[in-house]
Every structure is written in C-alpha cells, then in structure tokens.
Design a protein around this ligand. Sequence first.
Ligand code: PM9
Length: 460
Amino acid sequence: MTYRKSWAEPWKIKMVEHLTMTSREDRVKAIEDAGYNTFLLRSEDVYIDLLTDSGTNAMSDRQWAGMMLGDESYAGSRNFYNLEKTIQDFYSYKYIIPTHQGRAAEHMMSQILIKDGDYIPGNMYFTTTRLHQELAGGTFVDVIIDEAHDTESEHPFKGNVDLKKLDDLVKKVGADKIPYICIATAVNMAGGQPISLQNIKELREYTTKHGIDIVHDMTRVAENAWFIKEREAGYAEKTVQEIVFEICSLTDHATMSAKKDPLVNIGGFMATNNEDVYRQAQNMVVVYEGLHTYGGMAGRDMEALSIGIKESVQDDHMRARVGQTEYLGDKLIGYGIPIVRPVGSHGVFLDAKKFLPHLSQDVFPAQTLAAEIYVESGVRSMERGIISGGRNKDTGDHNRPKLELVRLTIPRRVYTQAHMDVVAESIADVYERRAKITGLQFTYEPEYLRFFQARFEPLS
Ligand code: PM9
C-alpha cells in the first residue's frame, strides 16, 4: 500500500555532516575578506550552502558501493563501458567521451563545430557555454522566448525557443554560418525554466530543413522532463525516464555537467550521434583531459555516475527534488518576496531589481543582495545578473541581462524542509531592511568568467 500526499523524499538519512554556526560579527568579517563575493567565502564560514547544485549532491548508498567497484586501469576500465552503455540506454546518444566536468565537453564541442565568424543561437546564454563559443570564434545569439526575460510571466515553458527569432537570424546571416543551435534543458539563467517537447520537435523539423545541428546542454534534462510530465499535454502518464530519452533522441550532440542531474560530485561527458565529430573529440580529449576511456574521471567516479543517472530519472526522486524547490518558493512568495515565477527546478531565484528597486544595475544589486543574505544568516547564494553577464566581446561594455537575480540553489538530497524554513525566514528579514541596503563597486575584475573571482567594496 502506498501513502504519501506530500513531496516527502523517497530516502532516509544514513550519515550526517555537521554545519558551522557563526555570529553576525564573524560573517561581516568573512564577507569583507571575500571581497563581497560569495564564491570567495570559505565553506567553513557558511551555514546553509545554496551557492550551487553543482557537485554538491549527496550520493546514495548504492553509488558509494559503486565507488568500491572502481577499475582504475589506465585504459579500457570496465566502469567506462558501464557508463557508455548507461548513456546509450538512458540518453540515446551513440558515442560518448567522458570529461572531468561540463565545460571540458563544451570546449571540445565548440572547437570541433564552430568556425571563426559563426553564430550560435541558444535559449539564453550560460556563462561557460557562451565563453567557449566565443573562444572558438563564434557569436552567441539569444533566441529564447521573450517571456523568459520577464520574472512575473507564468508561461509554463519559459525555456522555449522563439522560432521566429531563429528564422530571422537564419535570414540575416545564412544557415551556413550557423553550425548548430544550443538548447539547454531546465534553462539555468532563466531560473531553471523548462523547454517543451512540442518546441523541441518544431525546432528539430526547422533545423533539419536548414541543415543546422542541435547541441543539447543536458545538465538538468531530468528536471526539465519532470515539468513536461506535469505540464505538457500527453505526457502525464509517461515516466521521467521515457521523457528524458525522447528529448535526447531529438538532438544530435550533447554536453553534460554530471555534477547536477546525475547525482555525483564530479564528472561530465560529451556525446554525439555523428561518428566524425566523435573521432575529432577522441583526438582532442587525449590532449586536454586524458585517454578516451576515462577523460578526466577516475573509474570509481564513472561507476557512481552510471548509478546516479539511473537514480536521477526516477519519478519519485524528481517529485521530491522539484517539490522541495517549490516549497521554498511558496514560502518566499508568502512573505511577499519577488522571485522568478513559476518556481524552477534547481533553485529559487530572487528578483534583485524588484527586491532593491533603489539600486541601479551599475551598482550590482544581485551581488549586493547575495552578500547581505550571507551576513544576515550564513546562507550562501549566488549572483546571476550583470556580473555573471560579463562584458561584450567586441565593445568591452557590460552585457546587461534583463534578469538581475540571486539564485538560492538547492543541492540534491542534502538539506531538509527545516533548512528551507530558515532560508525563507532569513531572506524575509533582509527584505524588511532592504531600503537601507547600498550597492557595490569593483576592486578587481578578472578577464574570464568574472563572477567567480571578482572582488568588490561597498559604495560609501
Ligand atoms: N553550472 C552552476 O552553478 C557551475 C558553476 S557556474 C559556471 O549552475 C550548465 C547549464 C551549467 C553548468 C554549470 C555548465 C558547466 C554547463 N551548463 O560546471 O563545468 O549549469 O561542470 O558545467 C554551474 P561545469
């Protein structure tokens, strides 16, 4: 007999890790030392760590058991063949190259497919993805639907591609200048918003007609599949596993950061159905990562990944995963706090423009808010606004994303409902004193992916 009305997790806790509680005084000092950048905080100074869902997953007992089956042979590890088969069976792709994490796969994919002067449309940018496209000589073009840039729009599939925008680009530059379109599932920078299967099918038809490939950033494909099951007509009776397979089989190539959906702490891969692309990637991986049967991962990590992929597509797991995010989102909405709607898959995104309407984007409202939240309660979040947007590669000006967000990212299978309550309460306290919050200015700005290592000081 089954009995469960809420999203309660389909697991229980076997081992705990103690958290550090700090005083406000400690935190004021820690954030100052970190140059007001939450990436530069030491984790021992953090109470609840919602910086990222990347590599922060709690593995299951089965995954830990898999670690003991690591075959650490330099070449031909049995764990590689298990992983290869799992990826073929669950994600449909034919050829697989393991990598140490997602951006290594993006690097190879971009270098192989992009020529100088090409254009790469995508359903919103992602920081590392766009940088690798630019380093390969390409220019990213945003073709996501307008609703994705509006935090209040309740569109169920804000990750959809606007085919009219894509067609305008094809008419303007010519299909031969567009090697592929990159589609992310559960679009990170839009707030973890899904793309629909109907949209992917239309895109497949359009791109096939114009000889354009589809590269799938499948980092959070199972989370996207859950929303399709919940929201798209005809999919309620399908399993997450079936939907994931269908999404993947409509695309040509993929990059994966396995540190997210597949429930491990490190790893990734590049996948393709094109033998020639596979051969080129095999040629590159030995230069940048390692032999093609481990590509930067230990045998044990590949085994944990195979098991994690299978666990990640279980409906029960995904119900709890998205249920927890929605729980936090609903709590914040209850306090009247402006967030991206509908609540996405891997985190709740605060709308910093609405939270701090007295701060212009030039004084970095989201960066400021992330620092304030940390000082309030030791909760660590991440800026996803103008700092993450970086600079235009030709003009050097700030890219000015319409979305100026703070991401409260929820690690998988790590925190409890009570932790979510503390997070919501502490953000409500910051919201009460929001009028007194002032902005930040740079004291150090790195050239690439500046959000990771930039330093700031408060405006006087
Ligand atoms: N995402 C995240 O916190 C890691 C640090 S921020 C760059 O959201 C997508 C959609 C991602 C992603 C990483 C990568 C890169 C590619 N695509 O971090 O290199 O969300 O494994 O993956 C982070 P790696």
